[in-house]
Design a protein around this ligand. Structure first.
Ligand code: C2E
Ligand code: CA
Ligand code: CA
Length: 650
């Protein structure tokens, strides 16, 4: 307010009632004060704005000592006041923080070693409430021996004027615990040590976890054997010990046979127990040598001595040991091993290549036959590398449009080629590799199956085959091969269903060729999927019949539409009488089960005539036609005629 406005008015007239009242109260207090002075702070409320005012009132008296004026000095302290409130709350806040950090914190005065501050966590170490520690020294709190030790460490930190970190056990009411202690010195303005800040952190649990983790990082959780990482380390140590000494050692890569079957039949819990038992037997046989679990059912061993004799002897020994029947949960369980072996220094200079080469030898051993032992040979390396490169290339093949389909005609078995009417085609995958040229499906399909690529590739093949067949003027059959891997992974039923809808191919024209592998891998699942496929209206045929186990129970379990007699029996038709008997029997068997029979690999007119005579329903083979791009069979699918017709009428 302006001076002119204020002069001549009293507090009531100038301020809000509350403020006016407190001003008047202060005035009265000043008048009645013995020394004629009065200080106070009060809040003034004027036009909605509040401010804090500090004031001093001095009573001015006249000659007769009567109060005549009040001299008042005001100062607006609003800002100062809020600052000090903030400081107050900051202090409380810091106390709260200090008290609640999960580390014991103690501040000591350097000059006399007295404790100035301790937080809540420090109570466990100090064994008393934090308020009670202020002013005490280490000697007041700890026993003489402990106190001497603590004071010595404090002094060392003060002398260093920096941070000292130590880890040591401290006995607390919870027992002996491991603490990480840090001592930091705080200097005053003159650069002299003034305070010592000590923190103690209980790291007992952390250290335990760390050591457990260190163990876990190098051990297999199930068998407690060293894992692959530890095995590689052991190999490196072994190499360092043998390098330049002429000493040899062997690396065995051991694959446990039968684990999958045990898991499937008895469940994974029993499979796990089998692995533990096998680990024990391997350790017993290795007599203190390194035994590690490299992956699911793969173990690694290191054996020194003259090679390959020592390694081969150990491999035979563990083979015999594992072959002895196991008793697990009261059940007899059988297993076996297949072994690959590499030798230092001949098969590798470092751990990784020794192990990789033992793995390559194992791969070869498994291909040969389960239960064998195979020694690494350099050419194996090349084969595996080739396979790996081929796999990489294959993963790009679909995207790069390198895959195509060849179609091979299937005919009704007539007594001559001319009488064998074409009823459909089998679609066969072809891969035109940019560098290698044509790669046989016998080579790339297994690679695709192993890596799971077959799912993506199989989808492409199925779509392409159905699309092609749907475009034929004649409604012929199209047969597509499905691999067991497509049944194990991926949604084969959903895929077939959506491709049929997408391409508009009548379900009755699609025939899916499966091998018994589908039922061997997982019988219940395989059967359920086959039933659902059949429910879509497609036909299912059993491919390569006679080449594998050809369990008759599969034929009984599922109503296949067709049986394809394996090429091997047809080739031998003219050569050995057994083949003719088998072919005859399969035809009868199939007809008895209401299934139609088609013979694969028919190359000669004699074979065709024999099959027709025996009542075989269909034939497929080079005699009727090789697998070729569909353009070569345009006439058979009705395209050339359609063209002619179009030309004539057009
Ligand atoms: P498969 O299903 O038994 O196919 C028949 C194989 O026999 C084909 O070999 C075919 O070219 C060959 N063949 C046909 N007629 C004759 C003949 O008269 N004499 C001789 N010696 N051979 C004949 P291909 O095309 O090399 O396929 C080999 C295997 O690769 C197939 O055997 C099948 O198991 C697999 N395969 C081929 N394409 C695919 C596919 O698209 N998907 C899947 N999952 N597998 C496929
Ligand atoms: Ca086939
Ligand atoms: Ca076949």
């Amino acid at each position: 307010m302006s001076r002119d406005f204020a002069v001549g008015r009293n507090a009531q007239e100038l301020f809000a009632p509350g403020s006016a009242a407190s001003i008047e109260a202060a005035d009265r207090a000043a008048l009645s004060s013995p020394d004629g002075q009065y200080r106070n702070e009060f809040e003034v409320d004027r036009a909605g704005a509040r401010c804090m005012v500090a004031s001093i009132r001095i009573v001015v008296r006249n000659e007769s000592n009567k109060p005549e004026f009040l001299l008042i000095v005001f100062e607006d302290i609003t800002d100062r006041r809020s600052l000090s409130q903030e400081l107050e709350s900051t202090k409380k806040f810091l106390e709260l923080v200090v008290d609640n950090i999960p580390v014991a914190l103690i501040v000591e005065q350097v000059k006399d070693g007295r404790y100035l501050l301790a937080n809540r966590s420090a109570e466990t170490i100090l064994n008393r409430r934090r308020e009670e520690t202020t002013g005490l020294t280490a000697s007041d709190i700890f026993n003489p021996k402990e106190a001497r030790l603590i004071i010595a460490r404090d002094e060392a930190a003060i002398k260093k004027r920096g941070m000292i970190t130590e880890e040591h056990p401290i006995s607390t009411k919870d027992g002996l615990r491991l603490f990480l202690t840090r001592r930091a010195t705080v200097l005053n303005d003159a650069g002299e040590p003034q305070y010592l800040i000590k923190t103690h952190e209980d790291v007992t649990d952390r250290r335990q976890t760390e050591s457990r983790m260190a163990h876990m990082a190098y051990h297999d959780g199930l068998t407690d054997l060293p894992n692959r990482a530890a095995f590689l380390q052991a190999l490196t140590q072994m190499i360092e010990a043998c390098e330049g000494t002429g000493e040899e050692f062997a690396v065995l890569c051991v694959d446990l046979d039968g684990l999958k079957e045990v898991n499937d039949v008895f469940g994974h819990a029993l499979g796990d127990k089998l692995l533990i038992e096998v680990a024990h037997r391997l350790q017993d046989s290795a007599r203190g040598g390194v035994v590690a679990r490299l992956s699911g059912d793969e173990f690694g061993l290191i054996i020194d001595g003259k090679q390959p004799e020592a390694g081969l002897a150990l491999a035979r020994q563990i083979g015999e040991s594992v072959a002895r029947e196991f008793q697990i949960d009261g059940r007899p369980v059988r297993a076996g091993i297949t072994t690959g072996m590499s030798v230092f220094p001949h098969n590798g200079a470092d751990g990784a290549s020794l192990l990789a080469n033992a793995g390559a030898a194992l791969f070869r051993a498994k291909q040969k036959s389960r239960g064998t032992i195979s020694l690494y040979q350099p050419e194996m390396d090349q084969q595996i590398r080739d396979r790996r490169v081929l796999h990489q290339d294959l993963s790009m093949a679909v995207k790069n449009g390198e895959l195509s389909l060849a179609f091979q005609p299937q005919g009704a078995a007539g007594h001559s080629v001319g009488e064998s009417e074409i009823i459909g085609f089998e679609a066969l995958a072809r891969w035109q590799h940019p560098v290698r040229g044509q790669v046989s499906p016998a080579e790339f399909i297994p690679i695709a199956e192993e890596s799971g690529l077959i799912v993506e590739m199989g989808e492409w093949i199925l779509r392409e085959a159905c699309r092609e067949a749907a475009s034929w003027p004649k409604p012929l059959q199209v047969a597509v091969n499905l691999s067991p891997a497509q049944f194990m992974h991926g949604d084969v039923v959903g895929l077939v269903h959506s491709i049929l809808i997408e391409t508009g191919l009548a379900p009755g024209r699609l025939e899916l060729e499966i091998t018994e592998g589908v039922l061997i891998e997982d019988f219940d699942r395989g059967l359920a999927l086959l039933r659902r496929l059949k429910a879509l209206g497609v036909r299912i045929s059993m491919d390569d019949f006679g080449s594998g186990y050809s369990s008759l129970s599969y034929l009984q379990a599922f109503p296949f539409d067709k049986i394809k007699i394996d090429r091997a029996f047809i080739i031998n038709l003219g050569r050995n009488p057994q083949s003719a008997a088998i072919v005859r029997a399969v035809i009868d068997l199939g007809h008895g089960l209401d299934m139609s029979i088609i013979a694969e690999g028919v190359e000669t007119v004699d074979q065709l005539a024999f099959l027709a005579k025996e009542g075989c329903d269909g034939v497929q083979g080079y005699l009727l036609g090789k697998p070729l791009p569909i353009g070569k069979y345009a006439g058979l699918v009705g395209r050339a005629e359609a063209m002619e017709l179009a030309l004539k009428t057009g």
